[in-house]
Design a protein around this ligand. Structure first.
Ligand SMILES: NC(=O)c1ccc[n+]([C@@H]2O[C@H](COP(=O)([O-])OP(=O)(O)OC[C@H]3O[C@@H](n4cnc5c(N)ncnc54)[C@H](O)[C@@H]3O)[C@@H](O)[C@H]2O)c1
Length: 275
């Protein structure tokens, strides 16, 4: 038996984090696209990791539970990395809500029921959650605490109240931040921790879809005009994850860490501020 790390989303960010801290563990790598899971598993297995690719759909509780059952066969579940997701240019409003918002909430809930003592998780949110206008305290609390099966019935998540896919994505990522806060209390009962990382633009296939999508110029300007003047690499996101998931992060739980090269700061108080 080995300690088990569940990873969702066989993408660049997941892989960078898993490579940093997944040595010596059994890694269950879930993705809706089996080819993505196979490709990343091959790269990692050829580099000495122990990765099992697994077909799963983050938007389905049944699928999440199936992955957890598979993971349990190999040992205690001690780590979670949730890097599965869809971006505003990749999916429609409903899919963004189903995957990024509801799916993440269910995953944190279900893994939170089985995570080992001293276990730790990280979910990848986004700077987009920081861009949206303030919600009311009541709306924030509803995003944090509404039972998962009722989440998508909330008034602010009804399709008629959502402007476009970017707005849906922002709501999903704000919800991630709030769910992590509420879940950290439950994870704490098991002496486990859960945090989120909210990246700015990171070079990955998802970001490349955004550069080539309808908001491509907006995104290119965003990284060119932010204090860092460039997008991040996935390995820089792994730097933060490594801190959060190691003993050095033992006092950190229920938090979301913005790592965006200063783009959000510039959006509010610098050249990226909308007219
Ligand atoms: N790349 C960026 O600039 C950026 C910025 C901020 C936040 N993020 C977030 O980071 C996370 C990871 O994105 P990435 O950039 O590594 O993308 P990526 O495209 O490299 O990987 C995402 C993976 O998620 C998988 N996926 C999509 N829908 C799924 C579903 N329903 N069930 C299971 N897997 C599914 C895709 O097949 C893909 O392999 C996402 O949540 C994204 O919103 C990315």
């Amino acid at each position: 038996m080995k300690n088990v790390m569940i990873v969702t989303g066989a993408g660049q960010i997941s892989m960078a984090i898993a490579r940093r801290i997944g040595y010596g563990k059994k890694i269950i790598l879930g993705d809706k696209n089996k080819d993505h899971a196979n490709q990343i598993a091959k790269i990692m297995n050829e580099a000495g990791f122990d990765v099992l690719p697994f077909e799963m759909d983050l938007s389905s509780r049944k699928s999440i539970l199936k992955m957890i059952e598979e993971a349990k066969k190999y040992g205690p579940i001690t780590m979670l990395i949730n890097g599965a997701g869809v971006s505003p240019s990749q999916a429609n409003i409903q899919t963004i809500l189903d995957v990024d918002l509801y799916g993440t909430a269910v995953l944190l809930e279900e893994v939170g029921k089985v995570i080992e003592e001293n276990g730790v998780g990280v979910t990848i949110s986004s700077q987009s959650g920081f861009r949206m206008k303030q919600l009311t305290a009541k709306e924030d609390e509803a995003l944090a605490c509404t039972p998962t099966e009722q989440l998508l019935d909330l008034e602010l998540l009804k399709e008629e109240n959502i402007t476009d896919t970017l707005h849906a994505y922002q709501l999903a990522k704000r919800c991630n931040e709030k769910r992590v806060m509420a879940e950290s209390v439950k994870w704490g009962h098991r002496k486990a921790r859960i945090n989120a990382i909210a990246p700015g633009i990171v070079f990955t296939p998802l970001a490349i879809d955004e550069f080539n999508g309808p908001r491509g110029d907006f995104y290119k300007n965003m990284f060119a005009s932010c204090p860092a003047g460039r997008p991040a690499t996935a390995d820089e996101i792994a730097n933060v994850a490594e801190l959060l998931m190691s003993d050095k992060g033992a006092f950190i739980t229920g938090s979301t860490f913005l790592i965006d090269g200063g783009a959000t700061a510039s959006y509010f108080y610098g050249p990226l501020k909308p007219e």
